[in-house]
Design a binder for this molecule. Structure first.
Ligand code: PEP
Ligand code: MG
Length: 758
């Protein structure tokens, strides 16, 4: 059974569109279960959301497909949808809810089994099996259909979004299609989609019209020739290494390239007006499907050969690099997994926004986008990447939403928002040089988070009181090997000097989890609970000592260095780190460097550190709360997983109580505590942090002025009062509402818009 299920899912995955996918499902299910009818009904995107439309059937009258509609509360299919659970009947016509549709020819069937297709708690449709004889489908049949429906739900949801549910109408042609993701970088942008796709990945090739059919055909034929030559060369090279029967494979490849189906199929599509990569993508899909349908396992395997050849041709086609002039004036870069290099390829004056299917606000690309002041939306799991080339898009980086084909009204709304943004930014600019002091005179400096040298200038201009978090892993990530001591010293020195005498907090290397170094791969089942941050650097003292020495050397003659240890979960780890720091300093003193004593801090981002706050604080100069990780570990919600992003909430009462406890622990030890996770950039949360008497905040540059505005607009006493109220509340949404209201009352209504995550 498992084998059959897998095969069906694979076949469906290879289908070019939803109609084809549904046809495969009904045909294969009917065949595998040896039943008389298999049908799929999906929610009718044209009408009432609860209406179900017969989308595919093997067994019912073909004319009924696309026509039979079940209204809400109608028929057995409607019953399955209402209950969102399977309905298994021996004799369907006996059931009071049975409804007869003459056009289906359904009267002949007695046994009925319907299972719901559900995606993220939302009903998408119903999968139905019917049989002429009277019988109850057995458990195995039910289990089979439930499993299949669950596996197909994601694919259907995606197809629904990209407009394939309704063949008669391309949903993406509609206005204001909204797709939700996760906020990556604040701001709003209107622009034109440009798809960034991984080279040689056929599936991510976007649809595009051929600018010149002749040119596309010529490029394609050249690419085919180049691959043919390349394969012939490989075959010759392998002559001495492989036995003749294995070398046949390459002959087969060369033959496939000469075959009509691949070359002519692609050329035909090009002549139909598509650009070569998309024509190739569709031809390869068609051809692999034909192979996959074959019974002979050897021939089925040939599907992967076709895909391989397709990728090779694609690579040749892509040797053309996009000219900077080809990027539209307001480029919205969209992709499955937008990388920092793809971002860097777009001339910065043309880059207006970024949208990525993978990743979240903590991804490198999002950090880069924030540093550049470009709105970004991440984790848009249903992103129809291939359909966005050239489309007009609106990126709402506050709420983490993308709008496709915005209507003139929506555009107007966003233009208005942008205008307000500009006004707000102009107003806030004046705040840059003002101190971050609460209304009752408590100074709560607002520092900047950083990780790129390019951030330095904007950080200084934005009026940052210093750097509260410099993520040193970023310079490690963009190199091809560990940077050496001198190289690191130079990077750290530049940032320390730029801010002197304002404090700069350099965090020691925090790789692992979602941040990997290309030259130091770590592969684990549970990377966030694995070898990460301080755990790695303690196990590799040679890497750690090099970094600590570089930090200390960089601080010569300056007094603003703070060193911060990430991911501390026990006192033993802190002691280990402090020992190595001491050793690095001793070594440098022996080498006659004059090194001031740095301030040292511990990040509180693992729940155990919350309970150890006082103990840890006694051994260092300050604590810094990394709420990005603390929230994920407290709530057991992967910060990078878009599927559970709704559950990730810094205003969860458990998080608030943990923060209060941490702040109290630090203060009992007589030490300062700051917050450097994204929570500190959320205006509503800032009120609570002020109430907890957090001593400093560190936020991304784009949020700096707003946060300063909040600090200057509240007294600590008022903030404490609001905190006390919030601590008695049970629901994050209610807490958010109370705080938003407080912001509005304090005249900061303009900030509420960007806040809403709870
Ligand atoms: C955090 O976890 O809140 C933090 C600031 O560190 P990072 O986002 O780099 O893990
Ligand atoms: Mg962290």
């Amino acid at each position: 059974m498992l084998h059959v299920l897998r095969r069906i899912v694979l076949e469906v995955g290879a289908a070019g569109n939803l109609t084809e996918a549904l046809e495969i499902i009904v045909r294969r299910v009917k065949q595998e279960l040896a039943i008389d009818v298999c049908s799929v009904y999906l929610r009718d995107p044209d009408g009432d959301d609860r209406r179900l439309l017969l989308m595919a059937s093997e067994g019912l009258n073909p004319e009924a497909v696309g026509h039979v509609i079940m209204n809400a509360g109608e028929g057995l299919v409607g019953l399955v949808a209402e209950r969102a659970e399977p309905v298994n009947l021996e004799n369907a016509p006996d059931h009071p809810r049975f409804k007869y549709f003459p056009e289906t020819g359904e009267e002949r069937y007695h046994a009925f089994l319907g299972v719901p297709i559900v995606h993220h708690r939302r009903l998408l449709g119903v999968l139905v099996a019917q049989q002429r004889e009277r019988r109850r489908f057995d458990d195995e049949h039910v289990a089979f259909l439930i499993t299949l429906a669950a596996q197909l739900a994601g694919a259907i949801s995606h197809a629904e979004l990209i407009g394939e549910v309704d063949n008669r109408r391309e949903v993406l042609q509609q206005e204001n299609v909204q797709i939700r993701g996760i906020p990556g970088a604040a701001g709003v942008a209107v622009g034109q989609g440009v798809v960034a796709y991984a080279l040689a990945d056929l599936d991510s090739v976007p649809d595009r019209a051929a600018a010149s059919v002749e040119e596309e055909e010529r490029a394609f034929r050249q690419a085919v020739q180049a691959v043919q030559d390349e394969l012939a060369e490989i075959r010759d090279r392998m002559e001495s290494v492989l036995p003749p029967e294995e070398r046949l494979l390459f002959d087969a490849y060369v033959m496939m390239l000469g075959s009509d189906s691949l070359v002519n199929g692609t050329v035909e599509r090009i002549r139909g007006g598509r650009w070569a990569p998309a024509a190739l993508r569709d031809t390869v899909r068609e051809s692999t499907r034909n192979f996959e349908d074959m019974d002979d396992p050897y021939l089925r395997e040939r599907a992967s050969d076709v895909r391989d050849i397709g990728r090779r041709i694609l690579m040749r086609l892509q040797s053309h690099v996009r000219d900077p002039e080809e990027f539209p004036g307001r480029t919205i870069l969209v992709g499955e997994d937008v990388t920092a290099t793809q971002l860097a390829e777009v001339p910065s004056e043309r880059l207006a926004g970024v949208v990525s299917s993978r990743g979240t606000g903590s991804s490198h690309v999002a950090i880069l986008a924030r540093a550049m002041g470009i709105p970004a939306v991440m984790g848009v799991s249903d992103l129809p990447v291939g359909r966005l080339e050239g489309r007009e898009l609106v990126v709402d980086g506050y709420r983490g939403s993308l709008y496709i084909q915005p209507s003139p009204e929506l555009l107007e709304e966003f233009r208005h928002l942008q205008e307000e943004e500009r006004e707000l930014a102009d107003g806030l600019r004046a705040l840059a040089q003002e101190p971050a002091v609460t209304k009752d005179g408590h100074e709560v400096p607002v520092y900047a988070n950083s990780g790129l040298l390019a951030d330095i200038a904007p950080s200084i201009q934005s009026g940052a009181d210093g750097i509260g978090l410099y993520r040193t892993e970023v310079p490690f990530m963009i190199r091809e090997r560990f940077p050496g001591e001198d190289e690191q010293t130079e990077i750290y020195r530049e940032i320390l000097q730029s801010f002197d005498p304002r404090p700069v907090t350099l965090r020691t290397l925090d790789v692992g989890g979602d941040k990997s170094l290309p030259y130091f791969p770590v592969s684990e089942d549970n990377p966030f609970l694995g070898w990460r941050g301080i755990r790695i650097t303690l196990d590799h003292p040679e890497i750690f000592l090099t970094q600590l020495r570089a930090m200390l050397r960089a601080s010569q003659g300056l007094t603003n260095l703070n060193i911060l240890f990430p991911m501390i979960s026990s006192l033993a780890e802190l002691k280990g780190a402090l020992q190595l720091l001491q050793r690095a300093r001793d070594e440098l003193l022996d080498e006659h460097y004059v090194i001031p004593v740095p301030r040292v801090g511990v990040m509180v981002e693992v729940p155990s550190a919350v309970y150890l706050a006082e103990t840890l604080a006694r051994r260092v100069d300050f604590l810094s709360v990394g709420t990005n990780d603390l929230v994920q570990y407290l709530l057991a919600v992967d910060r990078n997983n878009a599927r559970v992003a709704d559950l990730y909430n810094a205003l969860h009462p458990a998080v608030l109580h943990a923060l209060v406890q941490t702040a109290e622990g630090a203060h009992r030890a007589g030490k300062q505590i700051s917050v450097c996770g994204e929570m500190a950039a959320d205006p509503a949360s800032v009120i609570l942090l002020l109430g907890m008497e957090i001593d400093a905040l560190s936020v991304n540059v784009a949020a700096l002025a707003r946060v300063k505005w909040v600090v200057r607009s509240f007294s600590r006493a008022r903030a404490r009062h609001l905190l006390e109220q919030c601590l008695t509340m049970e629901e994050p949404a209610a807490i958010r509402a109370l705080l938003d209201n407080a912001l509005v009352q304090a005249g900061l209504g303009g900030l509420v818009r960007g806040a809403g995550r709870a």
